[in-house]
Design a protein around this ligand. Structure first.
Ligand SMILES: *Cc1c(COP(=O)(O)O)cnc(C)c1O
Length: 394
């Protein structure tokens, strides 16, 4: 197949054709086990019947009306998100980057409304990932993604992740927001310490800054709770969601408290497709399955099983030095002799009919369906063991 897309993506050489649950079939008819989940997106696996039904029903009803109108689907999803979180109001958009863009703009405007234009600095973490728009890639702490697009927006400071002293030194009257991923996903599945998130909350309160949690990857059941912040006993002022929110249909959301959301006054921000009824109808159906105690308990249980299996593989093969993460967001850190080769291991896995991810050059990442069953888990691990054996002799 000739690739006519821009060269910013390095596509694998198999082309997915159709899928069901945690299995994917290529155009050549080969079957794959999917433990990548479309990068933590396909929360209910592929083509879940409840999502297909919701999408089909909405497709026969109403597709798009613009934000000159609201719809029952958008209000129903916002009602679910606010009822089950700290938030009172929701802004809908189409991706994680757009949700973060809205969050950062709102943080600036809120500070301007209440304190003045001097209070505009955003503090973020080194190695953080918040999206690929110019603002979000600048707040993200990975210069390799932003440096080529300079000049970058000003008023952004980076501190090392989990470094309370650095945060305390950086925050001040000029700070409008502190932005944190509860688990740094893209850069290695690195959990925030409870001490760091709790200190961030306290320092934000002390300096009248907003705590923004980027839960684009960790939210919507991924860690075994609806939102990862629930593990920490810390509530944000703004939270962003996307990826799993639509179960595979593009949608993003920014959640905020009533007081903070008020700064997003009429006309101050917008999105043509945000709140699209198709996206919201699918997201409602996904939410109703994910936000059930037995689903969330199953995520925690399968996460522990998968971590244990990876740890055992690591001990027997010597390939992994550490296995970390929470629920079904898991990182297996390559041992010293294999550093820098996570991409090769992903390619070897694909050769063995297994879809997995990297999180930086040294970490193998798994973000499978939240409904992953034992059969797919065991078969996936068998394929990974075979891939690791190949990888070690390569
Ligand atoms: C994926 C991701 C984003 C960006 O989401 P897009 O939908 O690709 O724009 C932002 N933040 C985090 C933590 C992510 O994992």
């Amino acid at each position: 197949m000739q690739n006519r897309l821009t060269p910013n993506f390095a596509f694998a050489d198999m082309v997915p054709d159709h899928a069901l649950g945690s299995r994917v079939w290529s155009t050549e008819g080969r079957e794959y086990i999917d433990l990548a989940g479309g990068i933590a997106v396909n929360a209910l696996g592929h083509c879940h019947p409840a999502l297909v039904a919701a999408l089909t029903a909405q497709a026969h009803k109403l597709w798009h009306v613009s934000n000159l109108y609201t719809t029952e689907a958008a209000q129903a999803l916002a009602q679910r998100l606010t009822e089950h979180s700290f938030a009172d109001k929701v802004f809908f958009c189409n991706s994680g980057a757009e949700a973060n863009e809205a969050a950062f703009k709102l943080a600036r405007k809120y500070a301007r409304d209440h304190a003045g234009a001097h209070k505009h600095e955003i503090i973020a973490c080194t190695n953080a990932f918040h999206g690929r728009t110019l603002f979000t890639v600048s707040v993200g702490g990975q210069p390799k993604y932003s440096a080529d697009f300079a000049p970058l927006p000003a008023g952004i400071t980076h501190i090392p992740f989990n470094d309370v002293a650095a945060l305390r030194a950086a925050i001040g009257p000029q700070t409008c927001a502190v932005v944190v991923e509860p688990i740094q996903g893209e850069s290695g599945v690195l959990p925030a310490s409870a001490e760091f998130l709790q200190a961030a909350r306290a320092l934000c309160d002390e300096h009248n800054a907003l705590l923004v949690l980027d839960e684009v990857q960790t939210g919507i059941g991924r860690t075994g709770k609806l939102f990862a912040y629930e593990h920490y006993g810390v509530e944000p002022d703004i939270l962003t969601s996307a990826k799993a929110l639509g179960g595979g249909f593009p949608i993003g959301a920014m959640l905020a408290s009533e007081r903070v959301a008020a700064s997003l006054s009429v006309g101050s921000h917008g999105s043509t497709f945000g709140g699209n009824p198709l996206a919201c109808a699918v997201a409602c159906a996904a939410f109703d399955i994910i936000n059930q105690p037995h689903t969330l308990a199953q995520v925690a249980a399968q996460g522990q099983k998968l971590q244990a299996a990876l740890r055992q593989l690591g001990e027997r093969s010597g390939v992994f030095a550490q296995v970390r993460g929470q629920g079904l967001l898991i990182g297996a850190v390559l041992a010293e002799p294999y550093q820098g080769r996570a991409g090769e291991l992903v390619a070897a896995a694909l050769q063995h009919g297994l879809m997995v991810l990297v999180a930086g050059p040294n970490v193998l990442r798994l973000a499978p369906s939240l409904l992953l069953n034992d059969e797919d888990l065991d078969a996936g691990m068998a394929r990974l063991r075979a891939a690791v054996a190949d990888f070690q002799v390569a």
